[in-house]
Design a protein around this ligand. Sequence first.
Ligand code: SAM
Length: 217
Amino acid sequence: MENFYRLTKGNTVRTGVTLRIDAKTSSMRIKAKWNERYRTATGKRRASLVLKENLHLLPDHGHALDLACGLGANAILLAQQGLKVEAWDIADVPVAALQDLALKRQLSIQTEVRDVEAHPPEAETFDVIVVSYFLNRDITPALVAALKTGGLIYYQTFTRQRVSDRGPQREEFRLVEQELLHLFSGLQLLFYREEGRIGDIHNGLRDEAMFIGRKKT
Ligand SMILES: C[S@@+](CC[C@H](N)C(=O)[O-])C[C@H]1O[C@@H](n2cnc3c(N)ncnc32)[C@H](O)[C@@H]1O
């Protein structure tokens, strides 16, 4: 609260309150938008390619996070590999569906309805973090901090360079060229793939980039 007043010094306190209400309203709007999409969605759960193709890099036990998990395909795959998994998303509809499934299949998945922008993970809490098709640049330092030493982050999302209209239309939600390498430059690079529009654009990984990094210290 003290910081809050200091931040708004020079302005009226009402300005600060307005900013807070705006953040809350925006969070509620995002939640409503995604809940609506999940209520009407018909697609299947699909784990991200970066995780599916690199399961061999996972530790055989430990604590993993599927951040902005949606229906939680990554969380399910991580739990099937023997990890203790947390799965967080701002939208309660997919989170409830994932919790039901985890109970039915007796998978070690703890779900949480959580706005990760307002409440990113705490420092040094996870051995593995997976993020697919979600991009909030402001929380990437918190994601690095949230890894334990030796911890891995798997990241896959859309790029601005594209060959189709898949993914978000707003450019801010798409990566610029090699951006994951910059965002996670403090990590040891284990895997990176981004093919842009090079070669036969009908084949390969298009519209997306994939990254795996490891926290050394
Ligand atoms: C395109 S979906 C991807 C879901 C999942 N990771 C996947 O690969 O299927 C983006 C997800 O981000 C979630 N999301 C958006 N903003 C969020 C926030 N601030 N905090 C937590 N989750 C958020 C949405 O609810 C949605 O489930």
